[in-house]
Each structure stands twice: as C-alpha cells, then as structure tokens.
Design a protein around this ligand. Structure first.
Ligand SMILES: Cc1cc2nc3c(=O)[nH]c(=O)nc-3n(C[C@H](O)[C@H](O)[C@H](O)COP(=O)(O)O)c2cc1C
Length: 192
C-alpha cells in the first residue's frame, strides 16, 4: 500500500513537471531551429513533398512587412527544364531539387528588407523539417543578367512589372552537415 502511494506521488509529480516545462521547451524549439540552420551546398536527389513546400511558403509569407504591403513575389521551381536553364546562365543552386526565386517590388522603400524577412522565414521553416537551404545572391544576379537567355528565364518566371529578382533559395534534403561559421559577438553591445 505504502509502495503504491509512493509510486502515485512520483507519477503526479512527473505529470506536473512535464506540463510546467512545456512553454519553455516550445521556445527552445525555435531557438534550436535558428541555431541549427546552416547554408547547405550538397543535396540528396530526393523530391521535397508538396505538403512541406506548402507549409514552408505559408510560413514565408507570414513574415512581417512594412504596412503589410508584402512587396514580394515568389516562384517555387522544381521543373528540371527551368532549373537547367537557370544553371546554364551561371546561377549555381548546388543542384537542389527545388529553387525558390524571390522578387521585390522596386518601388517599395522596404521591399528588399521585407524580402529578407520572408527569406529567413522560408529557411527556418525548411530547417524545422530538417530540410537544407542556401540563400543565393548569385542566382539573382544570373537571372538579372543582360542576356537573351536570362531574359527568357525572366519571361518564364513572369514577375509583375516593377518587380526584380533579389534572391534565390536552394532547398532540398541535406547531404552535408557543415559546422556553424563563427559569429562576431563584439558587434553587439548591451547598454544597461
Ligand atoms: C543575401 C545572401 C546572399 C548569399 N549568396 C550566396 C551565394 O550566392 N552562394 C552561396 O553559396 N551562398 C550564399 N549565401 C550564403 C552565405 O555565404 C552564408 O549564409 C554565410 O556564409 C553564413 O553561413 P551559414 O548560412 O551557414 O550560417 C548568401 C547569403 C545571403 C544572406
């Protein structure tokens, strides 16, 4: 009897502690996701499911933007034909199975900034599925080139007038696990 009572007390205490810890562990998941994200430059030859892509894009466009103007347009490309054309113009996306191309409204003073927030949301959402990403300024430069091939790619992407490609994001199943690069903590000062 005494033993049963003792065990019940342990059970109640365990349930109480696991409930009490929940809020802390939820925020911990976000921090762990942020800290585990790395630029991935090697991908498995595996498709990314449409369900995951839908969640990733939903998270992307949930980013804040000045006056909620959402000054972005996004293309999620997984067709080998278009990917091949982008690669041929010099846009290196490390043969990821998915390339996301983001264009900003050049007339919006916060356009680039807001696209940065959208991009980071996309990369962190992908990381939460353990998918790899890499932000790609080089892809944007290749797409914006003044060549007939780049112009044909821009026509296929079909961004609205006034929008210009600002960033590519490679996305796929990771085939490498690089160490974190160092960060300069001296750039931050606490004034208290
Ligand atoms: C705006 C931007 C453009 C980038 N362009 C490229 C690129 O063209 N090619 C590439 O391999 N990595 C590119 N990167 C990835 C950076 O090199 C990488 O984020 C940085 O070295 C820090 O490493 P980490 O992402 O693993 O923390 C870019 C990152 C940002 C934010």
């Amino acid at each position: 009897m005494k033993k049963t009572c003792y065990l019940s007390m342990i059970l109640v205490a365990t349930i109480f502690l696991s409930c009490a810890e929940k809020p802390q562990s939820t925020s911990d998941v976000v921090n762990k996701t942020i800290l585990s994200r790395r630029s991935i430059r090697k991908y498995k030859n595996l498709k990314v499911s449409k369900e995951m892509l839908d969640v990733i894009i939903k998270s992307g466009i949930n980013a804040p933007s000045a006056k909620n103007n959402q000054p972005w347009e996004v293309r999620v490309i997984s067709t080998p034909g278009l990917l091949e054309k982008i690669k041929a113009t010099g846009g290196n996306f490390y043969d990821a199975p998915v390339l996301i191309v983001i264009a900003n409204d050049t007339a919006n003073p916060y356009g680039e900034f807001d696209c940065g927030l959208l991009s980071q949301n996309i990369m962190l959402s992908a990381e939460s599925f353990n998918l790899g990403t890499c932000a790609l300024g080089g892809v944007a430069r290749a797409i914006n080139n003044n060549t007939a091939d780049a112009e044909a790619i821009r026509a296929e992407l079909g961004f609205s007038p006034g929008y210009k490609t600002i960033l590519g994001i490679a996305l796929g199943h990771k085939d490498e696990f690089p160490e974190a690069k160092s960060r300069d903590t001296s750039k931050v000062k606490f004034i208290d």
